[in-house]
Ligand binder design. Structure first.
Ligand SMILES: CC(C)(COP(=O)(O)OP(=O)(O)OC[C@H]1O[C@@H](n2cnc3c(N)ncnc32)[C@H](O)[C@@H]1OP(=O)(O)O)[C@@H](O)C(=O)NCCC(=O)NCCS
Length: 175
């Protein structure tokens, strides 16, 4: 897990792999722009899990101890979480996405745990996320909500009109 800035390249690659969740160009561009502005937490492939034939920028240094997350090849980024902190005591998960072939391997949970540790250390008390609400039929987002529930988030309210075309569910977790 690496905390870095400006990994729009990695965010873009991962979102393109997940059209069921991020199939609308307008939103993908918004997230890619956000990756340039918000703190990025990225899950990085350890050497043994890299694709054969790919060469890391600095194979001698474990990814987790590289100071400059910007130097990690986008291919080595397995998942990304963008954090939006507007107030001193609360923060929002703006984007979380894991490469499809690495789903259900604990990467999402581990990214979340790292973010939560950092936020607690700063005195942040509440973490929120907005996701597609259950009144829209979408099996992919049923799984997404199951993930957030497993991470300790609670549904608060579904807002039918906050987003242009889809219901938005606010979920929160006390840190
Ligand atoms: C949602 C997402 C980030 C979860 O990341 P992940 O690395 O696959 O999830 P983890 O392996 O850390 O799962 C942690 C727990 O969440 C729950 N969970 C995760 N995926 C689930 C699924 N498909 N169905 C039901 N529960 C699930 C489980 O309880 C799981 O623990 P377990 O595997 O020990 O049972 C990832 O699947 C993803 O990128 N999905 C598409 C994009 C997306 O939905 N992003 C969020 C948009 S708001």
């Amino acid at each position: 897990m690496v905390r870095t800035l400006g990994r729009s390249d990695a965010a873009h690659e991962i979102l393109e792999e997940l059209p069921e969740w991020f199939g609308i160009d307008r939103f993908t561009h918004e997230y890619v722009d956000a990756a340039a502005r918000f703190p990025n937490y990225v899950a990085v492939a350890e050497p043994e899990s890299r694709e054969p034939g790919t060469s890391p920028a600095d194979a001698a240094t474990p990814p987790s101890s590289r100071a400059d997350g910007g130097a990690i090849p986008a291919d080595d980024v397995l998942g990304v979480l963008l954090l939006d902190q507007r107030y001193p005591t609360s923060a929002e998960v703006h984007l979380l996405a894991v490469r499809r072939k690495h789903h259900r391997a604990g990467i999402g949970r581990t990214l979340m745990a790292r973010v939560e540790d950092d936020l607690r250390a700063q005195g942040v008390r509440l973490l929120s996320v907005k996701t597609l609400g259950p009144s829209a039929y979408d099996p992919g987002f049923d799984q997404t909500r199951a993930f957030y529930s497993a991470c300790g988030f609670h549904p608060v309210e579904e807002f039918p009109d906050l987003w242009a075309d889809e219901p938005c569910l606010l979920m929160v977790k006390a840190l």
